[in-house]
Design a protein around this ligand. Sequence first.
Ligand code: AHR
Length: 500
Amino acid sequence: MAKIYINETNKISHINPELYGQFSEHLGRCIYEGLYVGEDSDIPNVNGMRTDVIEALKKIHVPVLRWPGGCFADEYHWKDGIGPKEQRKKMINTHWGGVVEDNSFGTHEYFELCRQLGCKTYINGNVGSGTVQEMSEWVEYMTFNGVSPMADLRAANGHEAPWKVDIFGVGNESWGCGGNMRPTYYGDLYRRYQTYVRNYNADAPILKVTCGPNVNDYEWTEKVLDTCFNPSPCHLHGFMDYLSLHYYTTPGPWEHKGSATEFSAEEYYCTLHKALYMEELVEKHGAIMDRYDPEKKIGLAVDEWGTWFDVEPGTNPGFLYQQNTMRDALVAAVTLNIFNQHSDRVKLACIAQMVNVLQSMILTDKEKMLLTPTYHVFHMYRSHQDSDLVENKIEGVKTEGGAMYEVPVLQQSVSVDKDGVLTLTVANLSLEQSCPVEVSFKKLTPGLVQASILTDEKDACNTFDRPDRVVERSFDDVTVVERGLKFVIPPCSVVSLRIR
Ligand code: AHR
């Protein structure tokens, strides 16, 4: 019997909605076909955005969408993606499959997509192969309200009013595909480039993301903070609002990461063991950040995370198209629980990527669309957004996976929303054990509990022939007791409870 203790009267930290963010890159079929089909497509669309995908994404309340990359961002020249579509420059997408990028999806289309999703905007600028002037003019084009060369150009291209850029990334993976830089060199470049990311609208400041570490590169974190985090009266947070962290979960080595759908129990536990490593990364990078920023003014932005497996057989290796199983659902569930539990420092996170690439919410095949198990987890966790983490702990949890890939059988997080409704999300990582759980509250005797569950075999997935195999179902076996709850959580499952 596992026991979850919840002190619902003690709020620990705010869970920024942006922890549930998404990432969409010009990669494979994420933007083209996945999100954008063009106005002349037979696939139903509004201003080129496919209606089925947008409607599904609205249900998970996408809070923010990062674009245009990824590695693509440091090769992207925004002026190629504005103006009449037939005149837009065609280029080779060298990073991703060597296909022709016709730039039919550019700045105007991105803001239209975010408008339809009702989400915040997160643009990633080009430091690797772009100039300061180019970055500065992009910000002017998007946000300046008045007479200026770039604002005039925006108006000439059909958008008189400025848009709102909520978040701006100054370079992506500058330690790798974004320029192979060393931390102090990048740090100095960052200071220079970010100077020209002007805030033209005092009421809507652009929050800036500094390129942070790859996985456990603690030296990068240290040196970049040393160079860029420099509080002064005129730069309240120094020069930055977030430091990014990228970490992907791959069971095998880079050359053979393993199949997304055919894997052993050992590979299952290995994957979850590696997903749980996120907690150590957040804590250790967070500890370095604490030394520079004890008041936690800047956030850790885990703006690329998720599973990365071998591509589906027969698909373009540069398109990173993979299926999505209950194993992915468990990875999403434990990672989001970790983010909630560390929401004092983790302020932004974007799973990679939203459609048809890596750990997606949605897969498409021309006019067909399916929701992945990961989508259902995001749906089950949506009430954590904009809530407050409350004090919680779990006891009596066994482990599985052996000495090599040991994982706790259960893992959880708990929040309370503005109306006082609690959300408790629990993952059972075990492939065999059903777990009886006893929840006790400090004061609350629950009046009403709504619960749902996602559960199936470890490799169960949704296919275009059978899109509804793995779906969120209602979970009725919850017993209310005085100041508590009791339920049994089946193996390989995720449960979400809304408690009043
Ligand atoms: O998400 C795929 C790629 O992974 C991104 O383009 C890059 O930033 C990372 O290496």
